[in-house]
Write a protein that binds this ligand. Structure first.
Ligand code: CTP
Ligand code: ZN
Length: 158
């Protein structure tokens, strides 16, 4: 018989060095990877866990992403707050959690979401990055045309 604790380890083992993004709103692990620019061609060792039990999160489920040998910096992780406001970022060194941080929603989000207005200059061939002011945790306003995104932010991720 495998003890319960070890069964958890079989599902997703501890990492030696890198970053663990924990408490991701269930269903958003792939969106987190997208925001971090991690695609199918990555050479990093990445573990993705979806819909595991969580006492803390709504509906009792969460996603987890573990990226080995890469320490995420605040500017990149804070974008995660857009879709997973309760996420915590753990930096791991030699198996120890040396830093644990909540994500903080930035005032300005650049080059992460696409403007819903097809006529917006940020959607043209111009070399312009999309830019959104964060009005509220889930309300964004385009810095060019003032279009508002107030639902389904994940569907506008670049
Ligand atoms: N973790 C890991 N590898 C390590 C250390 C920790 O993958 N060497 C993961 C754990 O599995 C957990 C997260 O990093 O998902 C945070 O670890 P820890 O702080 O030990 O867990 P908790 O106390 O449960 O975290 P919290 O208080 O944030 O819920
Ligand atoms: Zn716009």
């Amino acid at each position: 018989m495998i003890p319960d604790k070890d069964k958890e380890e079989l599902r997703v083992r501890s990492i030696r060095n890198g970053s663990v993004i924990d408490h991701i709103t269930a269903g958003n692990a792939l969106n987190v990877l997208r925001i971090l620019g991690i695609t199918g061609t990555t050479t990093a060792i990445v573990s993705v866990v979806m819909n595991v039990p969580s006492k803390r999160l709504a509906f009792g489920q969460k996603d987890i992403v573990k990226i080995e040998d890469r320490e995420l910096v605040p500017a990149e992780v804070d974008k995660i707050a857009l879709i997973a406001p309760q996420a915590t970022i753990n930096i791991i060194r030699d198996y120890e959690v040396v830093q644990k941080k909540s994500v903080v929603l930035p005032d300005l989000i650049t080059h992460v979401v696409r403007c819903p207005n097809l006529n917006c200059i940020s959607n043209s061939a111009e070399p312009i990055y999309s830019k959104f002011r964060v009005l509220d945790s889930f309300v964004l306003r385009c810095g060019y045309c003032e279009s508002i995104i107030d639902s389904d932010i994940a569907t506008y991720l670049i």
